[in-house]
Design a protein around this ligand. Structure first.
Ligand SMILES: Nc1ncnc2c1ncn2[C@@H]1O[C@H](COP(=O)(O)OP(=O)(O)O)[C@@H](O)[C@H]1O
Ligand SMILES: [Mg+2]
Length: 222
């Protein structure tokens, strides 16, 4: 489903990905590990179509993902709906006046009917136990609450692939357990997960394939 062929990426003067080859099948749960600065966050930005290979190719379901192919509005809409990306910092993702509006935003953009939007919003509020927060402005929530809201927003889009960067960081134990259970169910439902984590328990619980990046920005699959 996802194929990277000899993908390289460099920021202005800084190489961040070096000849990455990676194949991910539908239903895989890939855990990516590696030291600080090795390129993990860069790799998932690339998978999510925020940045593009400077060399090599990225294919998603047979379509090459480039700056040019994502200029096609319809294709870009489809692609971004397939890929749910949970940012490391939830603040950059939340901008609506209330939690409810925030969760409904994606489904509205997708053009779903009012009834469907309402149903998805309610399902996601329930899933994360945040019904009580529905009227609150996301901006004033605690860090963990914001994390739950941003996850709920992503899941309201019903993505095919969920990409997570250190998903447990800053969450209390109860929320961590809830998220672990959710991710296991997501994987069991046949969806694809890509997770960056230093947390061994999380890696062992949800991963079925393990990729390691090194300080030379190379990736190997174990
Ligand atoms: N926006 C940026 N501009 C320039 N260099 C960057 C930028 N983002 C990351 N880098 C550099 O690219 C390398 C990989 O970063 P990153 O992918 O964030 O690593 P990781 O997530 O594995 O800690 C690091 O050397 C980092 O300093
Ligand atoms: Mg990172």
């Amino acid at each position: 489903m996802i194929t990277l062929e000899k993908v390289c990426f460099a920021y202005e003067h800084e190489v961040a990905l070096r000849y990455i080859n990676l194949h991910i099948d539908r239903g895989d749960s890939v855990v990516i590990q590696g030291p600080n600065g090795c390129g993990k966050s860069t790799l998932i930005k690339l998978l999510n179509g925020i940045i593009f290979p400077s060399e090599g190719h990225y294919f998603y379901k047979g379509h090459e993902i480039t700056e040019k192919t994502l200029k096609d509005r319809q294709f870009a809409k489809w692609f971004h709906q397939q890929m749910g990306y949970v940012f490391q910092n939830a603040d950059t993702q939340l901008f609506c006046g209330s939690v409810e509006e925030e969760i409904a935003f994606g489904p509205v953009q997708m053009g779903l009917s009012e009834a469907e939007v309402r149903e998805r919003t309610e399902d996601c509020l329930k899933l994360f136990g945040i019904e009580k927060l529905r009227e609150r402005p996301p901006y004033h929530l605690s860090g963990g609450e914001k994390r739950k809201v941003s996850l709920a927003c992503i899941l309201s889009l019903n993505p095919e692939v969920l990409i997570l960067d250190e998903p447990l960081a800053g969450l209390d134990e109860k929320t961590q357990d809830m998220l672990l259970e959710f991710l296991q169910n997501f994987h069991k439902a046949g969806k694809t997960l890509i997770t960056i984590t230093h947390n061994r328990q999380l890696a062992e619980t949800i991963g079925n394939r393990f990729a390691v990046m090194n300080e030379d920005h190379e990736l190997t699959i174990k």
